[in-house]
Design a protein around this ligand. Structure first.
Ligand code: ADP
Ligand code: MG
Length: 480
């Protein structure tokens, strides 16, 4: 028998009165009994989406179907949906019994029935005998259990949980994660859960919806999301990853980080790619045995393993291993084909990390980039010492900020005058493909990063050229 969708969101968009679109083109199917999690950074639209499902907010466009029927005209209290919020919005002047019974009393349910149901709920959340306690005598975890009981006593078809464990300490949070999961499995109710914590999402969910800036990035099982991230955002957000820009140089062969690697994703030759490699898939070898080489710049003991950072050209590659390494040593690095996840880069844009130097200027490969950092870092300004100050009034630490630049292949110019002032870096042409009206070149640089450059002229393989990358054509993204 085909499983039924209990809820469907179709092309949901939410634009607030100030014109800000918090959720865009959101499409989702939730099956009855599923545990679905919305996962994404703060401000990505999780709560907004939940509020539309609950009926507290209306979508600007699109429709929400409950059991196949549009529910846009059904007010929140008539939807078979209850919500648990992060802050346990309990009534402080009522005891635990009255808090849980509140909804049923409103509905004029018979007293004896209420008593039975409240008792059952208290058992469910492991708070038997707490009927007469006042809210203020309960710990945060206990209060949140009451909030869950109060939502479940209405026997909703769907329980919405908006970062319900966000205010609890780590140990209590982990305990409650397991309890919520087992509650879900016992009750068979559909849970839609919101969190910004990737581990929480991976532990609890049947299905994860990864969101960023109001858009769905990927929907999948925890395994899918972890093992086959659809784009660099998902890879980066879900666990630690090494992310490289590269190019397909042959059938099942990808070039990145200064090496050529066999891979399992069949992507056409000449395609600009992003390769994602999990630290646990990077093997540290003797220098001569590695597919690439680098210098160990950091080793951290993490209890069960060592996290080793290796500098390979401009890339810092993180590896997890059971053996420790000596900082300063040269090592080899290997990655098995199935440890490499290839994603097709959008429109062949070159992406590279630029530095903020000690003088609080932007720099790449030793060249200061003539651009305004205060415009790139939102809310920042310079103080009288020309230091960059963030929105909270604190001096920005260059080591704690990552700035990523993007440039289109057609915006880069090649020159044979490699010493010219405006040359940012030099590279060797390692591949060229005729694209009908221009050539697409791959420039191998000694920074371990390849650049794709489009040019109408024919250059030769192996030519050493200077790359002129105009700063006004670069797009910058800031990461903390
Ligand atoms: P999340 O729950 O993922 O942290 P929200 O759904 O609360 O994110 O918010 C998404 C975005 O919408 C945020 O940028 C937030 O500032 C904005 N937003 C939320 N409510 C309103 C509102 N009433 N008016 C304008 N913008 C809003
Ligand atoms: Mg929220």
């Amino acid at each position: 028998m085909e499983e039924k969708n209990i809820i469907e969101l179709k092309n949901i968009t939410k634009t607030y009165e100030d014109g800000f679109t918090a959720v865009g083109d959101f499409n989702l199917e939730v099956k009855r009994g599923e545990f679905v999690t919305f996962l994404g950074p703060s401000g990505c639209g999780k709560t907004t989406t939940l509020r539309m499902i609950a009926g507290f907010d209306l979508p600007s466009s699109g429709e929400i179907l409950l059991n196949g029927k549009d529910i846009s005209n059904i007010p929140p209290y008539e939807r078979p949906i209850n919500t648990v919020f992060q802050r346990y919005a309990l009534f402080p002047h009522m005891n635990i019994y009255d808090n849980i019974a509140f909804g049923l009393k409103q509905k004029k349910v018979e007293k004896e029935t209420i008593r039975k149901k409240v008792k059952k709920m208290l058992e469910l959340v492991d708070l038997e005998g707490f009927e007469n306690r006042s809210v203020s005598t309960l710990s945060g975890g206990q209060q949140q259990r009451v909030a869950i009981a109060r939502a479940l006593v209405n026997e909703p078809e769907i329980l919405l949980l908006d970062e319900p464990l966000g205010a609890l300490d780590l140990k209590m949070r982990q305990e409650m994660q397991l309890e919520l999961k087992s509650m879900h499995d016992r009750l068979g109710i559909t849970f839609i859960y919101v969190t910004h914590d990737q581990e929480e999402a991976l532990t609890m969910s049947d299905k994860i919806v990864v969101m960023n800036e109001g858009r769905i990035q990927q929907i999948g099982t925890p395994e899918d999301i972890y093992n086959e991230p659809h784009n660099a955002f998902v890879a980066d957000f879900i666990g630690e990853s090494n992310i490289f820009n590269g190019i397909m140089t042959g059938s099942l062969k990808a070039r990145f980080c200064g090496g050529v690697f066999d891979c399992v994703d069949d992507v056409p030759e000449g395609t600009q790619i992003t390769a994602v490699v999990r630290p646990e898939d990077v093997e540290i070898t003797a220098p001569e045995k590695g597919q690439i080489r680098g210098r160990v710049i950091g080793v951290i003991f993490k209890g069960m393993h060592y996290e080793t950072t290796v500098q390979c050209g401009r890339y810092e590659v993180v590896a997890k291993s059971t053996k420790t390494q000596k900082v300063g040593d040269t090592v080899g690095l290997c990655v098995e084909p199935d440890g490499i996840h290839i994603m097709i880069a959008e429109d062949n844009t070159n992406v590279f990390t630029v530095d903020m130097n000690r003088n609080h200027r932007l720099e790449y490969n030793g060249n200061v980039l003539d651009t305004s950092l205060t415009k790139i870092i939102k809310g920042s300004h310079r103080n009288e010492n020309k230091e960059l100050i963030d929105e909270n009034g604190e001096i920005i630490d260059p080591d704690k900020i990552k700035i990523i630049a993007a440039i289109k292949p057609m915006d880069i110019t090649m020159t044979d005058d490699v010493d010219a002032d405006d040359v940012l870096l030099t590279g060797t042409i390692s591949s060229l493909i005729y694209k009908g009206d221009h050539y697409s070149y791959v420039l191998q640089t000694d920074l371990g990063q390849d650049f794709i450059v489009d040019d109408e002229d024919l250059w030769n393989m192996g030519d050493l050229v200077g790359l002129i990358i105009p700063v006004d054509k670069m797009k910058f993204t800031v990461k903390k």
